[in-house]
Design a protein around this ligand. Structure first.
Ligand SMILES: [Zn+2]
Length: 183
């Protein structure tokens, strides 16, 4: 099912964390980062390197976080984003780089919302169904809407009727149900 192997890694920049992913060996990715650092890629797109210069970090160290198999590169990016959020919200680190899959978080929220709306819609249908269906309580000899069944079954009257019914079928000599009455 999974076609590609990826690795999620982080770079600790003393208080700030960079989260990345790669499909190559981590040592190779680390070497590439360091080569880019020496080439001086200090644009907005490469905050990692400008931060290294700012903090006098001459050697970037990629710390392994997780092996992650994936089918589409977006999934690997989403996994990165998952860790960014986790390191930020749970561990409390500030994250240097921003989301590389801008839509994924919003998409998650949207699909959550749709899910909730769908759930509410289904509950409405179920309520409507339950209020339209009637059933008769065997003990109370009464017709009720299915919607109120639970409430009805908790009433004293209903419990008394069950008790009456059981007592009616109970053989006190044998301390057992009178079977022919049960049928
Ligand atoms: Zn009843």
């Amino acid at each position: 099912m999974y076609k590609m192997k990826g690795i999620i890694y982080k770079v600790d920049l003393g208080g700030e964390i960079y989260v990345g992913s790669t499909t190559t060996k981590l040592s190779k990715r680390q070497a590439n980062h360091n080569s880019d650092l020496r080439k001086g890629k200090f644009t907005d797109k490469h905050k990692l390197y400008s931060k290294c210069v700012e903090k006098n970090i001459e050697n970037i160290k990629c710390i392994w976080v997780e092996d992650y198999n994936f089918q589409k590169i977006e999934h690997l990016r989403q996994r990165e984003e998952y860790y960014r959020k986790n390191f930020n919200e749970i561990v409390g680190c500030s994250i240097l780089n921003t989301n590389r899959c801008k839509n994924s978080y919003k998409d998650d929220l949207d699909s959550n919302k749709k899910h909730k709306e769908k759930g509410a819609e289904r509950r409405k249908i179920l309520d409507k169904y339950r209020s339209s269906i009637r059933y008769s309580c065997l003990y109370c000899k009464e017709e009720l809407s299915l919607q109120h069944r639970t409430r009805h079954e908790r009433t004293q009257r209903h419990c008394n009727n069950i008790l009456d019914d059981v007592l009616d079928k109970w053989d006190f000599n044998k301390n057992n149900l009178i079977y022919n009455k049960c049928l």
